[in-house]
Design a protein. Structure first.
Length: 118
């Protein structure tokens, strides 16, 4: 399986922190801070993994999840949010998310989740 991963997170500092961390852990990482940019990256690349923030400025992580899964059903998706809402978690899992993680996120724990999905 490829190590190509997409991170979609509107908090630029947190997004870049995750990008650097996962790059150091042998992932080929691309990131976006909004849904529009994420969709453009998805048109040009095939991602085996995605880390999607639920609340984005222009759409939800679940909308991106649906588009990603429609193009590659085998992609593994971790949905993240500051809002530990059970309804969001249930909706994400129902739409095909493989894991749901609430913020604040420890990068080492996120890496464990990703490696567990491989």
């Amino acid at each position: 399986m490829s190590n190509k991963i997409l991170i979609v997170e509107d908090d630029v500092v947190f997004c870049k922190l995750l990008t650097r961390f996962l790059s150091k852990n042998n992932f080929q990482v691309m990131d976006a801070q909004n849904g529009r940019d994420a969709l453009e990256l998805m048109e040009l690349n095939r991602f085996e993994f995605a880390i999607l923030d639920y609340r984005l400025p222009d759409m939800t992580g679940i909308e991106i999840l649906e588009k990603l899964k429609s193009g590659n059903k085998d992609s593994k998706v971790v949905l993240i949010t500051r809002y530990g809402d059970q309804d969001v978690a249930a909706q994400a899992i129902n739409k095909g998310a493989d894991a749901f993680v609430s913020k604040p996120i420890n990068p080492d724990e996120l890496l464990e989740v990703i490696n567990g999905l491989r």
